[in-house]
Design a protein around this ligand. Sequence first.
Ligand SMILES: [Ca+2]
Length: 366
Amino acid sequence: MEHLKMLRLLSYLLGLLIFPSVQGGIGFHSKDESLCVLQDAPQQCGSFCLATLNPLLDDSDNIRKRLEEIEAGLDSRFKLAEEQHMAVKSEIKNQLQEQVSKIITKEDFANSIQALQTKLDTRLDRTEEQLKSMKTTADDNDKLKRRVNTLQDTIKNLKTIEKTKSELSSQLSEYRIKLREMEPFKVSCASFPFGWTVIQRRIDGSENFHRNWNDYKYGFGNVRGEFFIGLEKLHRMTEARPHELYIKLGKVNGSTSYAHYDDFMIGSEKELYELKNLGKYSGEAGDSLTYNKNQKFTTFDRDNDLDKRNCAAAYGAWWYDKCGFSSLNGKYSKEGKGYGIHWGSWHNHDWQISLTFTEMMIRPKS
Ligand SMILES: [Ca+2]
């Protein structure tokens, strides 16, 4: 019996050794059920066990096949996983490349270049406009310079013309007169009215008119400025042919007027240079001389007037009656005030008014 128990134990241990790893995994029942029960006949024992083991051994093949299938499945899943990993990796790579390409694409670069080009073009356009403007300004400056030069030349020419005109005018404003039994003498021509010879001029008080008989006989002063032609010349000129008398007058305020007599004649020294004739008055200043017609000439040293006093001593040399209403050789007053140069009919016989301009002119009657 001891031997039987030992065999059964050995069989059990053998089963444990052969199938230690397939318990529960291959449907082998092992709990308390006896797997290899030795029968009474020992000679049948071996065959019995083999009969029991054979199916188990057959199952091991199945198990191996299953394991191989499992392994193959694992390989397949591993390959699939690897493929998926590669796919994901590839997708991420593509996405990264796409993102990178989105950050800097050719189009963006081209747009950037285009924007820069536009900015550059704008700046260039402005610079070109500024250059054009500067060039225009420079051209204008050149034009102005040329105009200034032209104007300067014109001014020079005008000055030359003015000088020539002045010289010609000076030459033309004077001419020499040769009268019977007299040395030739210069006389002044009036600029206006044209064709008149100036015989007396007061313009600035530069000449002394408080002079004696002899001075008035021969004349004095500068024919280009203030002067008196001389009574002897007036006698010779007006004796030779009939003359008109034109008198221009001016006040300190710039106003002017005139008086015209159409038949002016002066007597000889023997006649005391009498105002022999005047003719008819015309003009705007009024007639302040006809009253003195046929009167002798009086100077402070030759009293030929009809007044008790010497009218010339008070009012300057003139043809006086009991004095009169005019005195163009009186004292000069630059302020135009006081007893001096008078033409009463022009300033309401206000003797406080003194004229500051006179020109007596004669011309032969036509
Ligand atoms: Ca007198």
